[in-house]
Each structure stands twice: as C-alpha cells, then as structure tokens.
Design a protein around this ligand. Sequence first.
Ligand SMILES: [Fe+2]
Ligand SMILES: [Fe+2]
Length: 290
Amino acid sequence: MTATILPTPADLSITPRDRRFGRDTAMERLWHGGRVEATAIYNALSTTFPAGEAYFVESVRKFRADAPDKLAEEIKAFTTQEAIHSREHDAFNKRAEQAGYDLSKLNAQVEKRLAITRSRPPVVNVAATMALEHFTAILAHQLLANPSHLEGADREAAELWRWHACEEIEHKGVGYDTWLHATRDWPRFKRWKVKAKVMLYITRNFLVDRTAGALELMRQDGVTGVDAWSRLLWYQWVHPGMFRNIAGAWAKYFLPGFHPWNEDDRALLATYEAKAKVEPSSKRKVRSAA
Ligand SMILES: [Fe+2]
Ligand SMILES: [Fe+2]
C-alpha cells in the first residue's frame, strides 16, 4: 500500500458558518435584477443542491473510516458545510416556489440522475462527487472574483450565493483527496481514465440539465424559443459569461498532476470574510441584536 501525498494546504481550516438567509422576507419572483434568464439560471442551479449535496456527503463518508486523521476531519467539516448548504438552498427553493415557480420537473430530473449514479460502485460515486465539486469550486471562484455575476441581485439572495461560494472554495479539496485515498493502489493511467470519463459524463449532464431547467423556468415567465435561447447563451457565454470564464479552469482537471489546491485562492475567502464583517446580512444583525 502506498502513502498518498495530499497537496491541500496544511494550515487550511474548513469552518462551517451556520448562517440563514432571507427567512423573514418573501423573495421577488425575478430576484436577480428583474432578469428572467439570470433568475432562471441561478434557480435551476439551486434546485440541484439539497439532494445533490446530500449525495456528495453520502459518497465521501463511505471512505471516512479508514482515511488518515486529517482527511477524516476534513470529511467531517465538509459534511457539516454541505448539510447547511442543503438546508439553505431548500429554503431558497421554497421561496422561489412561493414566488410562483413550479420546480417539480427540475427536481425530478435531479432525482433521476442521482438514482443512476447511486447504482454505480462507491468509488465511482466519489469520482462523480469530485468532478461536481470541481465544478462548484470553479463556479464559486468566478462568483467571488467577478462581482458582475450578482450585480443587481436581491441582497439576501446574493449573500446566500456568496456564502455558499466561500465554503465551496474552502472544502474544494475534500472530494479529490477522498478519491486519491480511495484509489491509492490504482495504476496512474486507470485513475486518470476513470476521473476523465466521469468528468466528461458529468459535464455533459450538467450542461444539458441546467440548460433544460433554465429554459423551463424561463418558459414559466413567458420567454420561449429563440428569444429564450439567445438570452440564455448570451448570459452564460458572453456577459457576464460564467461558462466562458470557467472553461480554462475546467480543462485543467484533465492535466497530469492536477489538484484543486494547485490554485490557492484563499485570498477570495479573506476578502469575503472582511466584507461579511463590515456588511452582515440582515439575519445576522437580528441575531446579534437579540
Ligand atoms: Fe455546497
Ligand atoms: Fe461542495
């Protein structure tokens, strides 16, 4: 058995921030600056989190028992962070429903994908988690690095997305390190092949499902056909262009020697923390005043 060298920073601390967002107020239907496509894209992504993040937790936990102490601790903190994210996105999704959206088709699609993945061996589930965690980490990096993504958005909703992004960056190495641990005795090429195949599969499904989900929600706002497609593609690929901006970071996943912490982006966390202290969300004010 070979020991695995983990490039996750030794002094990284994964700290669950148990915060609540937007509990006291109703959310406007078009909470993202009144824009149908922006609201639809974020709402569609949010529908994946409650069940999706519970699945990540279930996947990595299976390898916790024989993990090295540091990784076992990280899995524990990861579990807590993801459980709180599920709770907050569940609340967010309920607000979107209260604002009039029917999320049933989107939820059913998430469940369908998860059922297929769950039928595969545990190590493949870790590979799927690691791939999706890379996705969330690069989306999170872009969200925090480029304020134009949340420009004009409802304040509490924007806070929820920034808070989630911060913790996704913080725990971005956990799925990967669990995979390195779980496959420590595999030959290098087999590791790369499974990792790459799963990432391509996940990427295809991610693009197809999130696009279909966003189009469905836009349809519920009366935007369909060429108009819907052009607004969606412009928003995702041109301005603010989330997908264009993450394409390079996505491709790095396939390089030999890739690890999420090859890019140390903890400076974004420090900036987030400093801002959150100066501009706490309304809920925090209520809690600290109580
Ligand atoms: Fe999360
Ligand atoms: Fe995560």
